[in-house]
Design a protein around this ligand. Sequence first.
Ligand code: ADP
Ligand code: MG
Length: 394
Amino acid sequence: MSKKTVKDLRGFAGTHVFVRVDYNVPLEDGRITDETRIRASLPTLEYLIKGGARLVLASHLGRPKKGPTPELSLGPVAVRLGELLHREVKVASDCVGDDVRKQAEALKDGGVLLLENVRFHPEEEKNDPAFARRLALDTRSTVFVNDAFGSAHRAHASTEGVAHHVKRALAGLLMEKEIRYLDMAVHPKERPLVAALGGAKVSDKIQVIEALLERVDALLVGGGMAYTFFRAKGFPTGKSLVEEDKVPLAAELLKKGTGKIVLPVDHVVASKFAADAEHRELPAQEVPDGWMGLDIGPITRRAYAERLRAAKVVVWNGPMGVFEMKPFAEGTLAIARAMADSKAVTIVGGGDSVAAVTQMGLADKIDHVSTGGGASLEFLAGETLPGVACLEEA
Ligand code: ADP
Ligand code: MG
């Protein structure tokens, strides 16, 4: 799958371009605590500014319940964005209406206007067509650029609806990179394609497991979800995280994925779910009564790392253990290191897995660290994302 991007736009000086960005940043007392998402939007914005576009930026921030919520204003983002772009970023008091129209009309070539939180209007999440039309009309925009991959799995007015009220609908550069890399795991051109899948539960990832099973050469399982598979194999699991109602499904997946699904051969078991718990490395078939498995063991780490090294494409979602607690972080660290050292094309998706590689300082050594947790999972599950589907095919 490939989409037309901002690079396919010619002679756009003076054109109003509506860019959907993902500025859903964490805030503490009005201060931005992580500006990764703002920085991630800069390549697209700088490219458009250089060509003389008049930029109208839209994003959501948090989940405002009833209309305008001052704590969820994009004002602080406009300030930081202005510093990063080295130019003035005007912030509108709303995302539609007369004021917005006036501010959009006043934009000069290369000027930037950040609209206020689109979710201050309930019509945004309803993908209300009249509202979507106003987003385009009131901002004078004739081009829609979607660079908010993290919101592309939602059909909202600013992520999908607005595309139907402009002349052109294109991918931003961040969106293009997300699609290009994640697509390598969905439509592999090189093999072996190896997936490492962990995290808490099987139920969160059923669609991804099923979709990946059809495409990968090996699926390395870790994390809490391994225990539902262990139960399906008849291993004792103690107090490990097991989803009883998913045991039959796990058994079915094991049958379907014979030779492809790889389970841990050893694990780290603990007396309780705590960083100071007593813990031991044991074969996967062993769990002392009342104990629980919280990480993959050293033999498994080496075996998985070896598989990742031999692969051409690697996709990883979900931590291999409870990496938030130091004694159970080694499995996740081993996978992160193996990916960083691997010559394969390496892709990481999923909120906690991305947090883990970032925290471990290895994000720079991975080819693609996805910015979209839920969106990347849906993409890997082979689903069509509405915010991608509405963009022009290349
Ligand atoms: P992602 O956000 O990358 O998709 P998930 O949300 O599915 O990942 O899972 C992340 C969580 O899984 C982490 O908080 C981690 O502590 C937990 N986890 C990993 N291994 C285990 C385990 N063996 N038992 C319980 N929880 C686990
Ligand atoms: Mg998560």
